[in-house]
Design a protein around this ligand. Structure first.
Ligand code: GDP
Length: 593
């Protein structure tokens, strides 16, 4: 049969194109909020970090009602460090809304998710938002969307996408341009008409594919996914088909469906419904919840393997514990293991020391977001330099290689290619895409990407977009010697302060000249040749600039300043640590015990 009164959609949008506003209005107009009730929580992106970095990390569920139809809306992650997640989320839905700013047009950041959606044969509805903007250029934007779809391999049916013109801010949508409007009805109608209703049978044996995991202190692990087949009931005995092929018996203790922003308890759900289930043991993404008598797994969705690891440890500097709320190894341990509940491509391992944990993730961004989140939550700890995870395959040491996709305005192509060259990237594709952007594709050792993101942002003045996905393992080809980098670190009253960064083309000694307040300086480099040149100069004297011998470069030392986390991670040497506190991020020399 067909669930005529149910639709499941995903929204794909670039940050700031109006997704939150649109979902707010959809909720309001569907009677989920009463007239003067405040939308307390900003709908989909409550996470500040996501906004700052221009990406969406967590998929969240919302549901609205239009007439007698329920529309489940899932948010899509915007970044490929979370690539595996995109596919899992899109498998829950039957259609996508591509929301595009009527002035900005489609942005390269949404390509990755869009390509996946098209590959999964989902039919897109294009919503041209902010149509009220005086500088709106909707017709050109539609052409750009069309071009993009062609480039991403859309089929004929997908190219005949319906278009809805909207002003989420003013709460209206229309099928005709320049017709104004009074409400979102035309959008709701378009969804009803173009997104297929789930088909299936409620009598068949249950199958529910777990697409995401949530955690609740009281009920424990919660599996979120779509009921593909049959019916699920509270109290029912069910079985999980595990990834390793084993079966796990369990009893569904609670069942929830989405209602507005909330989860509402339900007794029963059937095929097509997106539900949250508790009582599921240590179930994980990609596993299938089945009927006890008919344990048939749905195709498994792969989770990308971690390629980078770092040590997280208790801060043992002389000034430890002054700035953080959570500082002990117990705090750190509990927090990291709790993260595993929902952060599926993360791994945490104990080490010989009770104070240190090895944390592995999908890339530098994946780990640095965890670090930033913990810092903001009041944690104080220290991390080591990120290391790539090698693998031995047939007796040969192999390293992870990433497929890197870069979209940049033409002007910045040169600098990007030059920098990536020194990082051992191999170009595999290059072509121009819309709005003067060039698309460059590379194969690059995961090692070469460490620290590149912040450099790339600076080099492209924030106009470039980079995404990478795991490509495979290849034999290790030796060290990467890029530019030599170093940081000048000084101790002031026993505390480490970073004074600046230098780039020296040649190996050599650095001279620090009088002027700045540096008691003891140390220069550390990226590789063995420039590493650990200790300069015991100007003790308690003032230093103004430094010079690298063998080159004419004279660099002025900048006053103490804070580096970004990514900069610190790239610039630290093996025997240094980045100290993370709610107030500061600083590099300091490792204290060996
Ligand atoms: P998100 O990042 O996609 O969730 O975007 P938001 O919903 O937070 O919107 C980003 C900004 O665009 C906010 O300042 C909104 O007020 C504004 N905005 C959203 N929709 C519209 C619209 O239809 N017209 C205009 N003029 N501004 C809009």
């Amino acid at each position: 049969s067909i669930r005529e009164n149910l639709r499941n959609i995903a929204i794909i949008a670039h940050v700031d194109h109006g997704k939150t506003t649109l979902v707010d209005v959809m909720l309001r107009q569907s009677g989920i909020f009463r007239e003067n009730e405040q939308v307390q929580e900003r709908v989909m992106d409550s996470n500040d970090l996501e906004r700052e970095r221009g990406i969406t990390i967590l998929a969240k569920n919302t549901a609205v009602c239009y007439k007698d139809t329920k529309i489940n809306i899932v948010d899509t992650p915007g970044h490929a460090d979370f690539g595996g997640e995109v596919e899992r989320i899109l498998k829950m839905v039957d259609g996508v809304l591509l929301l595009v700013d009527a002035f900005d047009g489609p942005m390269p950041q949404t390509r990755f998710v869009l390509r996946k959606a098209l590959q999964l044969n989902l039919k897109p509805i294009v919503v041209i938002n902010k149509i009220d903007r005086p500088e709106a250029r909707p017709m050109e934007v539609i052409d750009e969307v069309l071009e993009l779809f062609i480039e991403l391999g859309a089929d004929d049916e997908q190219l005949e996408f319906p278009v809805v013109y909207a002003s989420a801010r003013d709460g209206y949508a229309n099928l005709e341009l320049n017709d104004g409007g009074t409400n979102l009805e035309p959008l709701f109608e378009t969804i009803l008409k173009n997104v297929p209703a789930p088909k299936g049978s409620s009598d068949e044996p249950l199958q529910l594919l777990v697409s995401s995991i949530d955690y609740d202190e009281y009920v424990g692990r919660i599996a979120i996914g779509r009921v593909e087949r049959g019916t699920i009931k509270v109290g029912q005995q069910a079985v999980t088909c595990r990834i390793d092929g084993s079966l796990f018996n369990m009893r569904i203790s609670r069942l929830y469906m989405f209602e507005g922003l909330r989860r509402a308890e339900a007794n029963e759900a059937t095929f097509g419904d997106i539900v949250a289930v508790s009582g599921v043991g240590d179930i994980t993404i990609g596993e299938t919840i089945c009927d006890v008598d008919c344990p048939e797994a749905l195709p498994f969705i792969e989770i990308d393997e971690p390629t980078i690891n770092m040590t997280f440890s208790v801060n043992n500097s002389p000034f430890a514990g002054r700035e953080g709320t959570f500082v002990t190894s117990r705090h750190l341990r509990d927090r990291l293991f709790k993260e595993l509940e929902t952060n599926l491509s993360l791994r945490v391992e104990e080490t010989e020391s009770a104070d240190s944990f090895k944390v592995s993730g999908r890339g530098e961004l994946h780990l640095s977001i965890l670090i930033e989140t913990m810092r903001r939550q009041g944690y104080e700890f220290q991390v080591s330099k990120p290391k790539v995870i090698f693998k031995e395959i047939d007796g040969v040491e192999q390293e992870p290689i990433e497929h890197l996709t870069i979209d940049v305005p033409e002007d910045f192509m040169g600098v990007v290619m030059e920098k990536l060259g020194t990082r051992r990237a191999e170009m595999i594709n290059m072509h121009s895409s819309n709005q003067g952007y060039m698309r460059l594709e590379f194969k690059i050792p995961a090692r070469g990407l460490i620290g590149y993101r912040s450099e790339f942002m600076t080099d492209t003045k924030g106009n470039g977009i980079m995404n990478h996905i795991f490509h495979g393992y290849e034999p290790f080809k030796g060290e990467i010697f890029g530019r030599q980098r170093g940081s000048i670190i000084a101790w002031e009253d026993g505390e480490a302060v970073t004074y600046g960064l230098y780039n020296a083309q040649d190996r050599g000694t650095l001279f620090i000249e009088p002027g700045l307040k540096v008691y003891e300086g140390m220069v550390v480099g990226e590789n063995a040749r420039a590493e650990d040149i200790v300069i015991n100069v100007c003790k308690k004297k003032h230093v103004t600039n430094m010079r690298a011998s063998g080159s004419d470069e004279a660099l002025r030392l900048t006053p103490p300043r804070q580096m970004s986390l990514e900069q610190c991670l790239e610039f630290i040497a093996d025997d240094e640590l980045v100290e993370i506190t709610p107030k500061n991020i600083r590099i300091r020399k490792r204290i060996l015990d």
